[in-house]
Design a binder for this molecule. Sequence first.
Ligand code: HEM
Length: 290
Amino acid sequence: MTAQVTASITTGYQLENGFELNSMANIALMAASRFWFFVAVVGQLLFVYYIVSFYGNSALHGDFVVWNKVLPKGYIPGDTMGNLAVVIHIFLAVVVTIGGPLQLLPELRTRMPFFHRLNGRIYIFTAFMISITGLQMVWGRGIEGDNESFFQGIGQHLGITLNALLIMVFAVITVSYAAKRQIAHHQRWALRLFMVVSGVWFFRIGLMLWIFINDGPAGFDPQTVEGPAIVVLNFAQYLLPLIVLELYLWCKAKANAVCRLMMASGLLLMTAAMGTGITLAFVGLWLPHV
Ligand code: HEM
């Protein structure tokens, strides 16, 4: 009898403890992911602030030549198609960077489904157009030894091209799951799409963090922004966020408190690194031009 009572008390205690640990891990993972998202959105809004202040302001005054200060060969007199692609690309950069986070806000999704559907259509269309204009910019102006080219070397060309292809493929998959009303799949692909669309933003954050960690440019030539570190970063800008996202989704689906707690801690560390990169990019890359 006593043994039975002891066993049931012990089991109850373990269950209760397990339950507490589980709910604590759930709360920790949710809080860490929301905090990551909040910091990322702040960083992306700072990017938008820079784009509007620098590119938008000069475009309003009809002064496109000034773009070449930041974007060498961004404006080439006489190259109407090439210049048009750059102008559309920069304009859409603002739309896609604001539209993405709005799509992921659960409050907006549930309270304003009409807005979610409208913004979703604009977001998908913009994701396609920014990829197509980006591809025109990358390949339309040569590869190497060509002084009109934006990027040098086949490595950088392939890295950013794969990014553009992933954006378009993920956009189609996200929409197709929405059309089939398979919401869980739709939401997972929407997150993957957000990560690849944010690739070029991650590149800037990652580059500044890399320079900071190495106490100066390492693995690339700061004059031409060319070298192995830049090629690796061109792939890592979307592959690394995708890997982290898959780990997060895996831990979230698994009923394992330890996994979730570890993921929450990892996310906090990554948020700290991302916050540092955002601050460095804002101060070093963007603020001097606004
Ligand atoms: C999807 C989100 C994207 C956003 C928000 C975005 C935004 C921008 C911005 C703001 C610039 C001006 C450079 C600066 O001032 O920092 C730029 C340049 C450029 N973008 Fe994009 N872009 C995106 C995707 C792409 C893709 C998918 C490609 C290639 C296929 C691409 C190719 C380029 C190229 C070649 C340049 C000029 C060189 C450079 O500064 O990197 N972009 N982009």
